[in-house]
Design a protein around this ligand. Sequence first.
Ligand code: F6R
Length: 244
Amino acid sequence: RFRDASEASKRVAHEIARLIRQRASENRRCVLGLATGSTPIRVYRELVRMHREENLSFFNVVTFNLDEYFPIKPESPQSYHRFMNENLFNHVDIIRSNVHIPSGTVPLENAPGYCRDYEDLILKFGGIDLQLLGIGRTGHIGFNEPGSTRDTLTRMVRLDSLTRKDAAKDFGELDRVPLLAITMGVDTIMQSKRIRLLAFGEHKARIVQQALQNRMSSALPASYLRQHPDMQYLVDGAAASCLP
Ligand code: F6R
């Protein structure tokens, strides 16, 4: 529990920076799982600041993003490709070929193979060292909406109507929000070595409480995170307001 979003975001950013530097000192890669949306923006801002002011290099960093809308062009203002470039990648020295974000343009019939390749690539890099997460009001992590079981892997999914409603402000109107997305699965996320979930604001209070206290089930995919051996929720006062 943190005083505010900025303090929690700095804590995670500093943990990420420590991990990157530790791996660099061992001549190893650091594999990060990244999220988009309003929640992680301050984490990326702090990482960019550390790159500029404290010599934090992303030279040894490999990234895998959780998800992308489908279909969507990478240059579209709402795409997660664009979000990541604008909030992080354009401002640091990451090697572009080390950046992985699910495609919003792969032909539909090739999507199953594409998703398998995404999983294989994560494994090829030795798995995700630290996965950053937000949580949706449906209880989704990535775009694993209610109904997503513990064993799900990267795949094409249908977005929940509440998720589409929450995204409507970004797209201008509900009809413009894509119906589908490609997302890492619950199992993909659970295989990460560390998981750090951020939740800020009153609108996240109920779902945070339910994710921590309801029975574990696919009705609330974030509830599975309780099984993970190195999982932390970092919340501000408002998001913690339904907790005991
Ligand atoms: C984004 C993602 C989603 C968001 C969640 C919360 O890559 O996977 O699960 O983390 O929808 O979104 P915000 O942070 O905008 O409240």
